[in-house]
Design a protein around this ligand. Sequence first.
Ligand code: ADP
Length: 652
Amino acid sequence: MKPGGQTKRPPTRTTGEAGPELEGLLLDSPRFLVAEIDNENRLARANRALELVSAAGAGELNGQPLGRFVHSRDYVELIEQLNLARRGEPARELEVCWESLDGRPCWVEWTFRLLGAGDARLLAMGVEITRQKQAEQRAEEMTAAGLHTLLTEVIESTPDVVALLRADERLVYLNWAGREMFGVSTDNLTHYSLNNLRPTETVELIQREGLPAAIREGYWSGEAVLQAAGGEEVPVSLVIVAHLSPAAEVEYFSLSARDIREARQLQTELRKARDELEQLVSERTTELFESRQVLQLVLDHIPQRVFWKGRDLRYLGANLPFLQDSGVESLEDLIGKEDFDLSWKANAELYRSDDLQVMESGIPKINYEEPQVREDGSHLWLRTSKIPLRNPQGEVFGVMGTYEDITQIKRAREQLAEKNEELMRSNADLEQFAYIASHDLQEPLRMVASFAQLLERRYKGTLNERGEKYIGYIVEGAFRMQQLINDLLTYSRVGTRGRSFGEVDCVQAVGQALFNLQVAIREAGAHVDVGMLPTVVADETQINQVFQNLIGNAIKFRGADPPEVRVWAEREEGAWRFAVRDNGIGIDPQYKERIFAIFQRLHGRDQYPGTGIGLAVCKKIVQRHGGRIWFDSTPGKGSTFYFTIPDAKEPK
Ligand code: ADP
């Protein structure tokens, strides 16, 4: 330990001679202790200051061996330094305990140097540092004492129980936590020994295992139960340390015990939480497994084929119907295969390029039709959809596809289209035929009718009654036939002579119909009520004709009361629905189809005139506009005829 800065140090030099002035100065100095040491390590001479420190009279030190004054502990070190100095090597300051002749120790810091070259004598210069040394020692003691207090405070305030036992197991010290737990006070501590501890099992454990292990290895730890003063048993973790004397004998055992209830509680909770988690995980796994199974089950029982492939275009999975199509035995067989390995080798290239397109663009390809040729030579049509499969990060890792066999549907569709075309052709032929026939029939019929009339006029009175009756039949028949042929022409013209569609204000159309029907209205004393009517896109002449036929029938087929007719329109989705209601004789619902057929009538001509063409024409017109026609009726009470005109449709 270095002395403090209060003391002025002698100049230190390892070699070289101290000049005579310096020597004199040093010798006289009351502060520096100076001596000459001979080659046998004796004091050859000493200055006054050294004599005073050493409690020696003048000259009394001369010839005294150095070992006489230096504590044996420091002596070896001293001789080493002297030898170093003699060899001219750097020596350092040496603190030694210097004992005066009267046995009083003091502390001196010495430095040594050679008196002259080739000389074994040394000059020793020293400074007394006793006071500093004492201060240092006091400081050390004080620090040790302070630390002791601090440690005691720590031990007193810890919630752990800390006890110190003597080697004979008697209690020496018990900290606050321990005193609280066992209900003992500091005064009677020493009355207790390890044997007072409860339960006895713990005492036995400590004596049998803890103490021997602590003696053997210095340390033992384990778990035990301590019984508190109130009887409560507290589980603790116990640490025992053996403290040995310098002679390596056990002096004390220290025991520390930590309450582990909370830790155990935490552990239990932790274990419980872990168990719950495990339970949950296993349930979820089962659930997941089951839901996968269910999913596969569902997939296997739908007619739709489902498959999924990885980025490398190899199959990852599929449902049962797909497997059956593909010609492989099982799912295991399918996984890892490519389209080239399956029944539709011929189409593999096409399918794969679609897969790639879907995966690269990330855009699904939905409901497209594609061909399939199978190994057995069958040619099929499929309706397919493919969507990209993405992982949670959104990256495409594969493609999923579904398809259904639409070969039948496609065939049926083609057949239907063929049939429709055929039908349209034959319809057109028929219309053409009806038109030509009725048109060409008109001419000879007109001749028959006019000559029959001529015959009637010219030969009236020359024929007998029967002859006149017959001529009357011919005339009437010819007229009727003309009427029928006219009706037939009208009917066939609906398709062949229809005009192009334009905006038709239905209020005007109904107005025109009422104008044409004014005589009938007047004669029947009918009242026609017209509601709000829209403007539609249609063939104006034909719409007029529909209203005229329906309102005409409403008046014609009246009952005993004067006809009450109402015309109105209502919106329905994508169309206007028109209605013509009357209070007439009504129609038996069984005739709901029949009355719309050409020349179909429910009554004799003598009852209600007509040819049975009106509703057939209405139906044809409404159909040409893309609408439909029907009626509701209660026989004896009246009928309501409905027809729809869809919004802005192209003409047929
Ligand atoms: P026509 O009026 O020349 O007999 P239609 O084709 O217009 O021919 O009508 C066919 C048949 O439907 C009629 O003969 C009649 O029996 C029945 N009918 C049509 N409209 C009505 C109506 N408003 N009330 C009762 N019966 C009707």
